[in-house]
Design a binder for this molecule. Structure first.
Ligand SMILES: Cc1cc2nc3c(=O)[nH]c(=O)nc-3n(C[C@H](O)[C@H](O)[C@H](O)COP(=O)(O)OP(=O)(O)OC[C@H]3O[C@@H](n4cnc5c(N)ncnc54)[C@H](O)[C@@H]3O)c2cc1C
Length: 389
């Protein structure tokens, strides 16, 4: 007698990528379980900026990001997941960056994605503390949102549980075994579950499942340093703020006509290039400002070399650069941390299929909070052979 699998789909990994795969599977009426190794997710999903910024993505991923914006806003209308629509702004500091902002504005006008060019004086009037020696002009994206990452993912789990999701926390998946009628999923706490299909969104855990596959892959792990100031007294940052290096490195700008010339002129100064520093500001709900970030990358097989220490020279450099951009009331730091994410050297996302019904999906890189909701929808439709409009 063939025993029916317990679930249509088991998703391994309760970060944003796994959770949105579960979300879309539930949306099409599947019976879904989500398995997370910690009591609540502790990976990149909870230590990021909380910026949903399709404006920074190349045209393919901007579509996923815009779908993600729609989904976050739709959920927020039904259940508070900490989404705030405050927009994002890019500040240019020189004529080349200004040119790129103008080109990106035109590209988005053609794509029906709202953006507003801001003169230097408009920027200075709108953003208190913005340094007049830094800013030349700005480009504002009013549709974009901010959220509190840790609150968002935990509330999203709660929301999905009310919609039928079965969530197993504190449960590490240690093996997936293909059977004639599905997959048996074995957990470290001796629990064993079964499903027709399994999707593994393991983030940067490359040691538990399929370590050889990952060691031989073209996945890279990046370590990013971040900081959080004390709550700013009587200060409101009107939106997320992105600056020079974001303009020089984000996929959206690479599609601008003048990008090639701009980059080949060697505009990266050696220090921010060495540490991969880009200066980003986001005000959290408690009034503190999250600042970052640096980036140090190694192949998966060398992940241990990233270590767990924070490099204080990097933090000092970020603080010094941030002060040159916005004079915040306080730069007193209350918290410092690092986060890891994985990305693929050759593809937008790492994907591998094992025994037909086990799908590994990770390596979404720096675009996970923004792109996961839209990408996971397309991927669920692909994996379950449904037509995706
Ligand atoms: C510092 C920093 C800032 C960032 N800022 C932004 C931003 O502002 N906007 C944006 O769009 N993106 C941002 N990102 C990127 C974004 O955070 C990531 O792309 C995204 O969180 C990746 O999600 P994930 O679900 O793939 O991985 P993770 O969040 O790492 O989740 C993987 C989960 O799988 C679980 N897991 C792994 N193996 C097992 C197993 N065997 N059994 C059970 N569970 C398992 C882990 O416990 C973990 O919870 C940032 C990243 C960092 C590090």
């Amino acid at each position: 007698m063939r025993i029916q699998p317990q679930y249509d789909l088991i998703v391994v990994g309760g970060g944003v990528l796994g959770t949105f795969h579960a979300y879309h599977a539930l949306e099409i009426g599947l019976k879904v379980a989500l398995i997370e190794k910690d009591s609540t997710p502790q990976g990149a999903t909870v230590c990021n900026f909380g910026q949903v910024v399709p404006s920074g993505m190349n045209s393919k991923w901007q579509l996923f990001g815009r779908e993600g914006l729609r989904i976050y806003k739709e959920i927020q209308q039904q259940f508070d997941i900490s989404v705030r629509q405050e927009g994002s702004v890019y500040f240019a500091s020189n004529p080349e960056e200004e040119q790129l902002l103008e080109e990106l504005h035109q590209i988005n006008r053609d794509n029906d994605y709202p953006s507003i060019l801001m003169t230097k004086s408009k920027c200075l009037d709108s953003y208190p503390g913005l340094q007049k020696d830094y800013v030349a002009s700005g480009l504002f994206f009013p549709e974009e949102i901010l959220l509190e990452p840790r609150i968002m993912i935990n509330r999203l789990h709660k929301y999905l549980k009310a919609s039928g999701l079965v969530l197993f926390a504190n449960c590490t998946v240690i093996d997936c075994i293909a059977l004639s009628n599905g997959i048996e999923v074995q957990c470290s706490n001796t629990k064993s579950l079964s499903a027709a299909k399994v999707i593994i969104c393991n983030g940067t855990d490359f040691k538990t499942l399929y370590p050889e596959l990952f060691n031989e892959s073209n996945l890279v792990v990046s370590k990013l340093q971040m900081m959080q100031t004390r709550p700013q007294p009587n200060y409101k940052l009107p939106s997320s703020v992105l600056t020079g290096r974001s303009i020089r490195t984000y996929g959206a700008f690479q599609e601008c006509p003048s990008y090639t010339g701009f980059n080949s002129r060697g505009d990266f100064d050696s220090t921010d290039n060495k540490w991969g520093v880009q200066i980003i500001f986001k005000q959290a709900m408690d009034g503190s400002v999250i600042l970052g970030e640096s980036q140090q990358s190694v192949d998966v097989s060398k992940i241990n070399t990233l270590g767990t220490d924070l490099n204080m020279d990097v933090d000092d450099f970020i603080l010094q650069e941030a002060k040159n951009i916005i004079d915040l009331p306080t730069y007193e730091i209350q918290r410092r941390w690092y986060g890891l994410y994985s990305h693929c050297k050759t593809d937008d996302v790492y994907q591998a299929t094992i025994d037909d019904n086990i799908h590994v999906v990770t390596g979404i890189g720096r675009k996970g909070l923004t792109g996961s909701a839209g990408f996971a929808k397309a991927n669920i439709y692909h994996i379950f052979n449904l037509r995706h409009v």
